[in-house]
Design a protein around this ligand. Structure first.
Ligand SMILES: [Zn+2]
Ligand SMILES: [Zn+2]
Length: 251
């Protein structure tokens, strides 16, 4: 683990030293990361996000008095908020895929640094700060297949920037689950996740934590982890992700 962290720190340092080409436009990047200052602000973000679930409320609803979407007004999710740095759309989908499946840790570091800045800015404006960061855990089998834990990597960056402890080791996958996106219905997603996570009682020492994932689509997984954290005494869970998928409403 220490070796992996060292490798990650070295890679980040190397990325700073040799920024190389921007992964969007292919020109030399003028930032410490492979995303240039021209492409970064052009990346897609969620338009008028719901203050609870983070999905877009659409341009028409953006001027309503409430900041909640219709779904959250009726049945709010267990977490307090869910924010993605970006919308899961072109080219974020392929950037996240390169990070997860093609060893582009430099892209992951760039997107994670954006998320970390967003997290810091959010709590500077809307305290209180959470007292710890935790990642949605990856099952050991999937970790072996993939070679690295993307949510854990993102959580490392956020924890370091926000100067918060990373307590990801206190949450584990108790059993292997299929990808939530393969589940045909909300009921199937719920059944797929039942008993999937175990949380160490030590998490209960924290009242408010930031839960990190790479992409949040249906929010069933982060919802289930939130309930497990709540059971151990964590009162407030804020979900932060690289990208919030708008295509599917949670069912
Ligand atoms: Zn560029
Ligand atoms: Zn909502």
């Amino acid at each position: 683990m220490i070796i992996h962290q060292l490798r990650h720190t070295l890679l980040e340092g190397l990325a700073v030293a040799l920024s190389g080409q921007c992964c969007c436009c292919g020109l030399d990047s003028d930032s410490p990361y492979p995303l240039c200052s021209h492409c970064l602000p052009a990346l897609p973000t969620v338009v008028a996000p719901c203050s609870r679930c983070g999905l877009s409320r659409g341009r028409e609803e953006a001027h309503d008095a409430t900041t909640l979407c219709g779904a959250c007004l009726i049945r709010p999710p267990p977490f307090t908020l869910c924010r993605g740095s970006f919308a899961y759309a072109v080219p974020i989908d392929s950037l996240v895929s390169d990070f997860k499946f093609h060893d582009r840790e430099d892209i992951g570091a760039a997107l994670s640094a954006c998320l970390a800045q967003q997290v810091k800015a959010f709590y500077a404006n809307s305290p209180p700060y959470p007292s710890a960061v935790v990642a949605v855990p990856l099952h050991p089998r999937r970790l072996r297949q993939r070679g690295f834990d993307q949510a854990g990597e993102i959580a490392n960056v956020v924890a370091r920037h926000a100067k918060l402890p990373n307590l990801s080791r206190l949450i584990r996958r108790a059993r292997y689950t299929k990808a939530q996106t393969e589940m045909p219905s909300a009921k199937a997603r719920k059944a797929n996740l039942a008993g999937a996570f175990t949380v160490n009682p030590k998490m209960g020492e924290h009242r408010h934590v930031a839960l990190i994932d790479d992409v949040v689509t249906t929010a069933a997984t982060v919802g289930e982890v939130t309930l497990m954290l709540n059971e151990k005494g964590v009162e407030r869970v804020d979900v932060w992700c690289l990208a919030r998928a708008e295509a599917q409403r949670r069912g």
